[in-house]
Design a binder for this molecule. Structure first.
Ligand SMILES: Cc1cc2nc3c(=O)[nH]c(=O)nc-3n(C[C@H](O)[C@H](O)[C@H](O)COP(=O)(O)OP(=O)(O)OC[C@H]3O[C@@H](n4cnc5c(N)ncnc54)[C@H](O)[C@@H]3O)c2cc1C
Length: 462
């Protein structure tokens, strides 16, 4: 008989927490999982899933326009924000139900409460004040939007959390940030008919992505009518007459908009979590410090997902949870593999990417080959839409391995998933060349770029 109430106590019912609790419970472990808001966490409730549903909604006006080129006459169309929010909420409710069902089915005890650590093996359930003990504790509390508290007027702004439940669609919005969340929401709001401006401190949106893709997306977004202000930032937000907000910027004067959204990064949810009481170490950003097996400095406490500030993506949190189970409960030490993570930005056009950007590869290898294609996708010929796809393969000249693949255009995210397998498998450019094309597709370009567009040798383009 164990001396603890539970074998495993999980704090946080998001992507990582639910997976660890469900797998451990299915193995017959006595598991409890505490969630202070809604099961499913950021991804399901106010992240990936509702965001993608909004992306779909925002694309229809272009579909209606494109239809004319294919002989269709589309009647009058109108968009109803409340209908979209209600449909989205219904789907999120369904998914939340599935998460809870999965936990219950596996035999985990579901606790609707905030939980805080009180020691290396103990947790206080805030709803009841009860203290429970566990042999192991997993911290999977995720993160929250950085409120940018030093910005005068930050309390007048919304974050991505509120963007999913606005009472009404604003006429105009200013979005601060240049990361994927800022970029995706700029496209969503613009697509739904909102006058949209993106303001970003850096020189180009989507830092760390391939420069060609960043520039290509920037141009495509501007061509659609999204205003992008780089190398600028908000200095103050104030209420202005007629219910608008007056936003003082560093370089572009005062902008008057209905809504300001801050998408300036996410902070680990560790404030008030009792980490000091348990002796758990955090870094300067408040993220829980872990080793390669997601172990904190306290042997009974583990942390995974966004709270560890490694790679903030749902599949990564889930993977880290599965590695934790392998290591702790299956006697099979497995550390999460964070190399070559394929990822997408659901901008319009979409970005799909895996591996090194040209800039990163040029620094890492003596010589790289860059294969680059820019073309008009077939659908755009009849629709008349002035859009271009970009595809890029980065190859290490020494061993011919494809070390980076970058796509801007329709279905780029879907393609990135499959490219991820090829890079993980260590495929060379010759493997790509040996692969028969699927015709007519945009993806066939990936296997038909036979000659390098240029090379970069010792950092110099040749
Ligand atoms: C707008 C947006 C879009 C995104 N889009 C994508 C995408 O397209 N693809 C992708 O891969 N990732 C995306 N992400 C990131 C993804 O949502 C996160 O990486 C993922 O949810 C992390 O999972 P997690 O388990 O670490 O934390 P979370 O999913 O955040 O779960 C943490 C849970 O813990 C709960 N909690 C916090 N503190 C306590 C406490 N003390 N007691 C009890 N419960 C607590 C929270 O309420 C939350 O439910 C997006 C994020 C956002 C914000």
């Amino acid at each position: 008989m164990t001396q603890f109430d539970y074998d495993l106590f999980v704090i946080g019912g998001g992507s990582g927490g639910v997976r660890s609790a469900r797998l451990a419970a299915a193995m017959g472990k006595k598991v409890a999982i505490a969630e202070e808001y809604r099961f499913g966490g950021t991804c399901v409730i106010r992240g990936c899933v509702p965001k993608k549903l909004f992306v779909y909604a925002s694309q229809f006006h272009e579909h209606f326009e494109d239809a004319a080129g294919f002989g269709w006459t589309v009647g009058e169309s109108r968009f109803d924000w409340h209908a979209l929010v209600a449909a989205k909420d219904k789907e999120i409710d369904r998914l939340e139900g599935l998460y809870r069902k999965g936990l219950e089915g596996a035999g985990a005890e579901i606790l609707h409460t905030r939980a805080e650590l009180t020691g290396p093996h103990s947790v206080r359930l805030v709803a009841t004040g009860k203290e429970v003990t566990a042999e192991r504790i997993v911290i999977a509390v995720g993160g929250a939007p950085n409120p940018h508290a030093s910005l005068p007027g930050h309390e007048l702004c919304i974050s991505s959390n509120e963007a999913f439940h606005l009472d009404k669609l604003p006429r105009s919005i200013l979005i601060a940030g240049g990361g994927y969340i800022a970029v995706e929401f700029a496209n969503i709001f613009h697509g739904l008919g909102v006058e949209t401006t993106l303001i970003y401190r850096g020189t180009e949106i989507l830092s760390r992505f391939d420069q060609d893709i960043r520039r290509g997306l920037h141009e495509a977004m501007e061509a659609k009518g999204i205003r992008i202000l780089c190398q600028d930032h908000i200095q103050k937000v104030e209420n202005s007459p007629a219910g608008s907000l007056a936003v003082e910027t560093m370089k572009n004067g005062v902008l008057v908009v209905e809504t300001v959204m801050l998408a300036l990064g996410r902070d680990p949810n560790t404030t008030g979590l009792g980490l000091e009481a348990a002796g758990v170490e955090v870094n300067e950003r408040g993220a829980v410090v872990v080793d390669r097996y997601s172990r904190t400095n306290v042997p009974s406490i583990f942390a995974l997902g966004d709270v560890t500030d490694r790679v903030q993506l749902t599949p990564v949190a889930i993977h880290e949870a599965m590695c934790f189970i392998e290591t702790e409960y299956k006697n099979n030490p497995t550390s999460p593999d964070h190399d070559l993570i394929a990822t997408a930005v659901f901008s319009q056009p979409e970005v799909g990417t895996v591996g090194l950007s040209e800039e990163q590869a040029a620094k890492k290898f003596d010589e790289i080959e860059v294969y680059r294609a820019q073309f008009r996708p077939m659908k755009a010929t009849l629709s008349g839409r002035a859009e271009r796809m970009i595809m890029k393969l980065i190859v290490n000249a020494a061993d011919r391995k494809v070390v980076g693949a970058h796509i801007l255009g329709h279905d780029a995210g879907e393609m990135a998933q499959l490219l991820g397998i090829t890079l993980k498998a260590g495929c060379t450019k010759d493997d790509f060349d040996r692969t028969m094309a699927v015709h007519p597709t945009a993806a066939e370009e990936l296997v038909t770029m036979y000659n390098p567009t240029y090379r970069v040798r010792n950092g110099e383009r040749v």
